[in-house]
Design a protein around this ligand. Structure first.
Ligand code: DHB
Ligand code: FE
Length: 313
């Protein structure tokens, strides 16, 4: 039976009590936000005539998500990460800080503390001899085109099966995760392997939510970056390897035209030797432009829960 009780004084008074409006302690902001959130949900229950069975099934699903630490995986699929990016883009625009390489979502699979190298490194542990060798390189510049020497370029990506080290216990510690400090010309160079696309774990609570929406949990092949340098705005971004069927069908909504990079297959012994490689490889070039800023809070990544990162960092 459909009943409508949300607009009654009893429900409105009840909401005020639940949100702690009549209590002296606590946070005003928390009270106002929780009041708004609960009001929207109570109204939704009324409007959609949500049954107790539906409500408790949702609580069960949220418990499953929490048990598997999956809220961070589901958030990109529900567009929250991209929505926060859209807001930060608008803030940059309003501050006159637009320009440079565009940001896109961090995703939930970063791990703090990867090995640091000067200028050049190898990211894969050599255990995957079937995968394609990738030569990943680029130059960090400011928006006036001046090279940024000593920039910190943190890179992480999946292996050829779409798995990320740390979260995939079959991989060695920090496999495919490195920090490279740019050389005097602002350049970074890395030997690695071409990553595959990624999919949320089949049958996981995140997958169940997406399936209920008739959606998939696939991402195109991509490579994550954090780039920072004193006097410049911290950049969180990713590149997508062009030609992937999911390029414009990314469940996490992270693809941007400017961040699509075409790998260049090279089968030339001299070119391979010049990079210290033995055979054919694919070169992926990603140059990065950083906006300048003196504001210290814009020069580092924002806080969020991250694997192996102290909350105080
Ligand atoms: C997810 C995984 C990723 O590798 C990524 O880059 C973004 C999101 C996820 O599982 O939600
Ligand atoms: Fe990713």
């Amino acid at each position: 039976m459909t009943v409508k009780i949300f607009d009654t004084p009893q429900v409105q008074d009840f909401l005020n009590t639940v949100a702690g409006f009549d209590q002296a302690g606590g946070s005003e902001r928390a009270k106002r936000i929780v009041h708004r959130l609960l009001a929207d949900l109570y109204r939704l229950i009324d409007d959609f005539d949500v049954t107790p069975e539906e409500f408790w099934a949702t609580i069960g699903l949220m418990n499953e998500l929490g048990k598997g630490s999956q809220f961070g995986l589901l958030a990109p699929g529900l567009g929250f990460d991209h929505y926060l990016d859209m807001r930060m883009d608008a803030e940059d625009e309003a501050r006159g800080l637009a320009g440079g390489t565009p940001r896109t979502i961090e995703g939930p699979l970063y791990v703090a503390g990867a090995p640091v190298a000067e200028g050049i490194t190898r990211m894969d542990d050599g255990s995957d001899s079937d995968s394609e060798v990738m030569w990943l390189t680029g130059q960090v510049r400011d928006t006036d085109g001046r090279p940024v020497a000593g920039a910190r370029v943190e890179i992480w990506h999946a292996n050829a099966k779409g798995g990320y080290s740390h979260f995939d216990p079959s991989q060695s510690e920090y496999n495919l995760r490195r920090t490279i400090i740019t050389d005097a010309e602002g350049r970074y160079r890395a030997r690695s392997i071409i990553p595959s696309g990624y999919g949320v774990p089949e049958g996981s609570p995140t997958d169940r939510v997406l399936k209920a929406l008739g959606r998939h949990g696939q991402r195109p092949a991509h490579i994550h970056y954090f780039i920072s340098a004193p006097g410049h705005k911290h950049l969180t971004t990713q590149i997508n390897l062009a030609g992937d069927p999911y390029t414009w069908d990314d469940f996490a909504f992270a693809t941007r035209e400017e961040l699509l990079v075409e790998g260049r297959p090279i089968d030339d012994a001299a070119e391979a030797e010049a990079r210290g490689l033995e055979g054919p490889f694919t070169e992926v070039v990603f140059d990065i432009e950083l906006s300048r800023t003196e504001a210290p809070e814009l020069q580092s990544r924002h806080k969020r829960p991250r694997a192996l990162e102290q909350a105080a960092d």
